[in-house]
Design a protein around this ligand. Structure first.
Ligand code: AMP
Length: 217
């Protein structure tokens, strides 16, 4: 049983690396950002509420996030652990997650903190493209979407730029990260589960570093 948290600023590569780890570890990725985008796409009232915050680069209030995660953690595929990506983003969320996991006899076993300098972040995020069907990400320079327009993972044909991946919004997201999310690291450092991993280099190199940090071959 493993509960792994991928931590880092926007554009650190959390989602990209999570996709590699799903198969390796046999546990699902839980991305609150992906869940919120799905809700927004459904056109529901809740989705509209998420959008108010997301499009401004602000964090969605903790209470709404807790409702999402409570439902997700009780689903069958997450019973042996999960890869948390982009969650928890505040100390209050981390405390709530610790309590939820404790009820299931689990805890965050490892936090991998992906370290990427600020100069790299804006270029990574503004060049990012994403498949609307499956969430597979690309980068216009480093890993461009296939020329035939079909997603390598699911064959979907809608590969787009996220509306919050503009320079202006990413700067706001980074401010939110510094003010509210970075303290989450100290919360887990106190538990002795954090490993820092350099998040710069090729995708494969970073995956290797993460594997070493979590002790898998
Ligand atoms: P992400 O896909 O993780 O980059 O998240 C995109 C946006 O969704 C963030 O900028 C927030 O507005 C919102 N969001 C995602 N996860 C959370 C969370 N755990 N807490 C608060 N807001 C979140």
């Amino acid at each position: 049983m493993t509960d792994l948290l991928l931590f880092g600023p926007p554009g650190a590569g959390k989602g990209t690396q999570a996709k590699f780890l799903i198969e390796l570890l046999g546990i699902p990725q839980i991305s609150t950002g992906d869940m919120m985008r799905a809700e927004r796409k459904s056109g529901s009232e809740l989705g509209r509420k998420f959008d108010e915050y997301m499009s401004a680069g602000k964090l969605v209030p903790d209470g709404l996030v807790l409702d999402l995660i409570e439902k997700r953690l009780t689903q069958e595929d997450a019973k042996n652990g999960a890869i948390f990506d982009g969650y928890p983003r505040t100390v209050a969320q981390a405390e709530a997650l610790d309590q939820l996991l404790a009820k299931l006899g689990r805890r965050i076993d490892r936090v991998v903190s992906l370290e990427v300098p600020l100069e790299a972040i804006v270029g990574r995020v503004t060049g990012r493209r994403v498949c609307l069907e499956c969430g597979q990400t690309y980068h216009v320079r480093y890993t461009p979407p296939p020329e035939n327009g079909e997603c390598i993972s699911c064959g979907g044909t809608k590969i787009v730029q996220r509306s919050d991946d503009t320079e202006e919004v990413v700067r706001k997201r980074y401010e939110e990260y510094k003010a509210k999310t970075e303290p989450v690291l100290a919360h887990y450092e106190a538990k002795g589960v954090v490993k820092a991993v350099r998040g710069v280099g090729s995708l494969e190199e970073i995956t290797e570093r993460i594997k070493e940090a979590i002790g898998v071959e």
